[in-house]
Write a protein that binds this ligand. Structure first.
Ligand SMILES: NC(=O)c1ccc[n+]([C@@H]2O[C@H](COP(=O)([O-])OP(=O)(O)OC[C@H]3O[C@@H](n4cnc5c(N)ncnc54)[C@H](O)[C@@H]3O)[C@@H](O)[C@H]2O)c1
Length: 305
């Protein structure tokens, strides 16, 4: 018995990395999987892996930020497997550069693949579930680069923070129909991230793997949480953002106000406000200048593993 026996799950960007792990785990848990992948060879290889293990899967090629591709994910699920139960929006790209050097195309490509690439499959699934009168589960892929910020990733971070907000709002809209929407912020070593790691870290990891130790940064480690969030076991959880890496699953606190300064019942005079604004930092402990919270967290993880 698997968590997803008899279910049908779409995974976008399922040809590699985290998405491949998610597709394999959903199949392992009993789901038929629609493998949505831009690169046809990578998509076909994952389908072959799933069917070779006795599972059910079909590939859909193309760019998930195109409406006709996104719509075809849902029609393929229904035509091939008779239903749709969950969509995992995972497809993504990086175009890292500091903002002053970022080109229009680098901005547009990242915003498009992540935000349109999440919106369009989600809309297609929501329309299907509304017409079918059935509930469903959505899992979206945010990132600590968006939740915390990361140097050189203003395009990617803006898209990823947008995905967390998108997921939260879809959760509110879907609640009455029993539709859940949650986001994950994963960390894993994949084609996307391996080159960003220091050589010393990669050497240490290779040595640890050679000793047969747990591969904390394996992309497959993200998949158990995702397959759970695709299952009816998680129907009580929605609008949440989870961190996930290695053997760790975390929950992120939503944006929240932690300190306030009040005027005396009328609009602030800017020069008076200038004299009071530091009270916000004093009472909250928040720094007034920019902080790279992502770097602090990532290096802590790297130090530990
Ligand atoms: N690896 C990490 O540490 C990390 C951290 C935070 C967030 N993420 C996010 O996780 C997701 C997966 O990343 P990954 O590390 O596995 O990357 P990856 O590059 O290994 O895999 C991404 C896959 O998505 C496919 N893809 C890209 N654009 C597509 C499109 N428009 N349509 C269809 N398929 C498309 C690619 O061909 C590729 O197979 C991304 O959204 C990424 O931003 C990854």
């Amino acid at each position: 018995m698997g968590l997803l026996d008899g279910k049908v799950v779409v995974v976008t960007g399922a040809g590699r990395g985290i998405g491949r792990g998610e597709a394999l785990e959903c199949a392992e848990q009993g789901a038929a999987v629609v493998v949505a992948e831009f690169d046809p060879a990578a998509g076909d290889a994952v389908v072959a892996e799933i069917t070779g293990n006795g599972g059910r899967a079909v590939a859909v090629g193309g760019d998930v930020a195109e409406a006709y591709v996104a719509d075809s994910l849902v029609t393929t699920a229904v035509e091939h497997f008779g239903r749709l139960d969950a969509v995992v929006n995972n497809a993504g790209i990086l175009r890292d550069r500091t903002t002053a050097k970022l080109s229009d195309d680098e901005w547009d490509a990242v915003i498009r693949v992540h935000l349109r690439g999440h919106f369009l499959p989600t809309r297609a699934a929501l329309r299907h579930w509304r017409e079918a009168g059935t509930p469903g589960h959505l899992v979206h892929t945010a990132s600590t680069s968006g939740l915390l910020g990361n140097f050189g990733q203003s395009n990617y971070g803006a898209a990823k923070a947008g995905i967390a907000a998108f997921s939260t709002i879809v959760a509110m809209e879907g609640a009455r129909a029993g539709i859940t929407s949650n986001a994950i912020a994963p960390t894993a070593l994949t084609r996307m991230t391996l080159d960003l790691m220091p050589q010393e870290f990669r050497d240490q990891r290779d040595a640890a793997l050679a000793r047969g130790e747990f591969d904390f940064f394996a992309p497959e480690n993200v998949a158990p949480l995702v397959s759970y969030l695709c299952s009816d076991e998680s129907s009580h959880i929605s609008g949440k953002v989870f961190g996930v890496q290695g053997d760790s699953v975390e929950i992120f606190q939503p944006w929240t106000s932690v300190a306030e300064v009040k005027g005396d019942g009328k609009r602030w005079d800017p020069s008076v406000l200038a004299g009071r604004i530091d009270e916000l930092f004093g009472s909250s402990g928040i720094q007034a200048g920019p902080e790279n919270m992502m770097a602090r967290m990532r290096y802590q993880i790297l130090d530990e593993h």
